[in-house]
Write a protein that binds this ligand. Structure first.
Ligand SMILES: Cc1ncc(COP(=O)(O)O)c(C=O)c1O
Length: 383
């Protein structure tokens, strides 16, 4: 039996939690399922790491030790069978700032940024942040999966975007891309000479055991302009700690990128460095049990949702972020109605997807059951 109990209810209120202490909830009993962090206690090894730092009591500037670099290199090889070199690694405080800086550095003022939609909101917001036009193409449903519309993708590539933002696996919708899909993406980006920025933060969170995450970088020529972003923070629930890593095989791109982040990004904290190190070197027990728990939550959710008239959801290949379509003719403004009944999920519009909600199921089964009860109540009130 596992020593970890993911059923443990942990009160996160009054901890400055972005998720639980949202000012919108003031004076209300609200079940929050928006932003992507998990309600679970982190692994014992990580708690121990934090305790050791606290006991030592010195928090000066820190460097990324070679042991961490080697640990990430080994992880990428063992989990994704990609041989990378240590000098390709660039350490950054987070993937979102890393993507943003890459867009401002590599997209010229006359070029645009290309992303599929719906997508994790910074992928489209970045166009405003760095003042470059946005090009989008649609994800469409095919055999109960959200996949690229490759015709639209190519049409947009013809407009010469500076970068293509690849969310791999995809958030929201949870798509794990197949070999064939990855090959098509590479073929098209090569054909139109478009740089690829691949965000692989959800790579470990595979809900379907039969599928395997494919790093796009593994299949690109070394000199191709591409950056692959990795982080341990989603997998180990340490998102508030910061810390991520970019793999940049092309030395010119790497040098330009390093130059662009100097004096802009802060150094990584000792906490962040040691948390990443422990995450990558401890045994897998916590993650294995987490995945079992998330898979159970996912089963519970999907079997419930697809019985409700007006709601539809495809299986998530990966991530803990359910993407649920609703029929607005039947259910009206469903997100708002759920909110009124005490369940906060994100509105699909935030990801440029209409008539969807995105629901974070990395919570205790008890919380999930409460959420399903609120969904049922809200649907029942419709008729
Ligand atoms: C696809 C994706 N990328 C990046 C992030 C956040 O990364 P970071 O906290 O390292 O900026 C998230 C968080 O939800 C995400 O879903």
């Amino acid at each position: 039996m596992s020593k970890y109990n993911f059923d443990q209810e942990i009160d996160r209120k009054y901890t400055n939690s972005f998720k639980w202490d949202n000012p919108l909830y003031e004076g209300r009993d609200m079940l929050p399922m928006p932003v992507a962090d998990m309600d679970f206690r982190i692994a014992d090894e990580l708690i121990e790491t934090l305790k050791n730092i606290n006991d030592h009591g010195v928090l000066g500037y820190s460097l990324v030790p070679k042991t961490l670099k080697l640990a990430y290199q080994k992880k990428i090889k063992e989990s994704f069978d990609w041989d990378t070199k240590l000098e390709w690694q660039v350490w950054i405080p987070g993937i979102v700032p890393g993507l943003t800086k890459a867009c401002s550095t590599f997209v010229s003022s006359i070029q645009s940024i290309l992303t599929p939609i719906p997508v994790y909101h910074p992928f489209h917001l970045v166009s405003k942040w760095v003042d470059r036009p946005l090009l989008t193409f649609n994800m469409v449903e095919k055999e109960e999966r959200w996949v690229y519309d490759f015709i639209e993708f190519e049409e947009q590539l013809k407009k010469n975007p500076g970068v293509f933002l690849f969310c791999n696996p995809h958030n929201p919708g949870g798509t794990v891309f197949t070999n064939d899909e990855i090959s098509r993406i590479i073929f098209l980006c090569k054909k139109y000479d478009c740089m690829i920025l691949s965000d692989e933060i959800h790579a470990d969170l595979q809900l379907q055991t039969s599928l395997k995450h494919i790093c796009i970088g593994k299949h690109l020529p070394m000199d191709f302009p591409a950056i692959t972003f990795f982080a341990t923070s989603k997998t180990y629930n340490t998102a508030g700690m910061g810390g991520a890593m970019a793999i940049i095989p092309n030395s010119n791109i790497r040098e330009e990128y390093i130059k662009s982040i100097q004096g802009v990004f802060p150094m990584l904290s000792r906490h962040s460095i040691e948390i990443m190190h422990t995450s990558l070197t401890m045994n897998n027990e916590w993650v294995e049990n987490l995945l079992i728990y998330l898979r159970n939550n996912h089963e519970l959710l999907i079997s419930f949702i697809n019985q409700v008239n007006g709601l539809k959801m495809f299986r998530l290949d990966a991530t803990y972020l359910a993407w649920i379509q609703y029929d607005a003719d039947i259910l009206g403004d469903f997100q708002q109605r759920l909110f009124n009944n005490g369940l906060h999920v994100l509105r699909g519009d935030q990801f440029l997807g209409q008539n969807f909600i995105r629901m974070n199921i990395a919570c205790t089964q008890k919380s999930l059951e409460k959420a399903l009860w609120i969904i049922k109540k809200t649907v029942d009130e419709t008729h």
